[in-house]
Write a protein that binds this ligand. Structure first.
Ligand SMILES: CSC[C@H]1O[C@H](OP(=O)(O)O)[C@H](O)[C@@H]1O
Length: 356
């Protein structure tokens, strides 16, 4: 089983320590969450980010709320509503909160705190296992390419869907880590992913793991695909509708378009907690709009090692900041799940109990 180099989330009694991803890749620090407000802030501010990880964090946030404020119906309802309002697109968050509600609502308040910690731990363990399974299934795609041609298998990914985004090996990067473990040579083009530059987190992960990678500007992806310098594109997802339409970090759709024109396979990797059969298609998926400041500023490390935030445009410049976009199922070659690789329209066959 994949061991996270640093736990993205670690419980210590009634405190939950999370890796503060707003400080990466320059500083590695954790934040201690003790209250509902601290858990909600961690998700909203993206100290904790990544669809599966924000689901698990929200689950632990419910446990923190009940331990801190009591476990009556009103406190439980307030905790679920507060955490549910933090970010709209990643369905994992809402899946985890619904699972906590179903587990806790029927209980007497006196039994809820212990049960909340247990359910949150179960959600975390579920994600760890599903990441490993996604790696086992997804590595087949890489193995097949390696068998066809000499040299490293050249992948492209967008944003960060590695271990940082989950409680385990990651989703899009889980097959990469599995390929590395099998001794298959790979090289990953890592798209920087403006405006929050989560691609820098992917580069940080891959560098630490010794996986060869090349950081690219988002807009360079099309040329690399057109030049057939990429064998496979694989990304994560925040919500997959019943027909396979997929919401993922903004910029994913453009890569899927370019991959289709270049006839390069485009895969999504995601666990069951990212599937949303209640949304018939992409039109039903809420797309998060984040603040303009994320577009108008960039954070980095100055020559003296201090982290700095710089303005990119004059004050008063207007900016739009949709955090996700939608990739139509027609542009997706396959979806790598913990139950296997499915064509976008076949998810109900793979998950009949969820599709009902
Ligand atoms: C393992 S999927 C992670 C998924 O979540 C990211 O979004 P954010 O960084 O805003 O939480 C991105 O869309 C990734 O693909």
């Amino acid at each position: 089983m994949f061991e996270q180099p640093i736990p993205t989330l670690r419980r210590d009694g009634e405190v939950v320590h999370v890796l503060d991803q707003t400080l990466l890749p320059f500083r590695t620090e954790t934040v201690a969450l003790r209250t509902l407000a601290e858990a909600a802030h961690a998700i909203r501010s993206m100290q904790v980010r990544g669809a599966p990880l924000i689901g698990a964090t929200a689950a632990f946030g419910v446990a923190l709320a009940l331990a801190d404020e009591g476990a009556d119906d009103a406190t439980l309802a307030h905790a679920l509503a507060t955490l549910g309002a933090t970010r709209p697109t990643a369905v994992n968050l809402h899946w985890a909160l619904e699972r906590m509600r179903l587990a806790l609502q029927p209980l007497q308040p006196a039994a809820r705190v212990r049960a909340a910690w247990a359910e949150a731990e179960a959600i975390r363990a579920d994600d760890t296992a599903t990441c490993d399974a996604i790696g086992r299934h997804g590595v087949r795609l890489i193995r097949e390419i390696a068998a066809r041609r000499p040299g490293p298998v050249r992948l492209m990914t967008h944003c960060n869907a590695g271990w940082l985004a989950t409680c385990g090996a990651g989703t899009a990067l889980a097959p990469v880590y599995a390929a590395q473990a099998e001794g298959i040579a790979v090289e990953v083009f890592v798209s920087e992913t403006r405006p929050r530059n989560q691609g820098l987190l992917t580069a940080w992960e891959l560098r630490a793991a010794g996986v060869p990678h090349i950081l690219i500007a988002d807009n360079a992806a099309g040329l690399l695909l057109m030049r057939h310098e990429v064998d496979l594109v694989i990304t994560g997802a925040d919500r997959i509708a019943a027909n396979g339409d997929t919401a993922n970090k903004v910029g994913t759709y453009l890569k899927a378009l370019a991959a289709r024109v270049a006839e390069v396979p485009f895969h999504i990797a995601a666990p069951h907690s990212t599937l949303d059969f209640a949304s018939a298609d992409g039109a039903a998926i809420p797309i998060e709009d984040r603040g303009a400041d994320e577009v108008l500023h960039v954070r980095g490390e100055a020559a003296d090692g201090a982290t700095a935030e710089l303005a990119l445009a004059p004050a008063g410049t207007r900016a739009a900041n949709p955090a996700f976009d939608l990739t139509p199922a027609a542009l997706i070659t396959g979806i790598v799940t913990e139950r296997g690789i499915a064509r976008p329209g076949e998810l109900a066959r793979l998950y009949p109990e969820q599709a009902r």
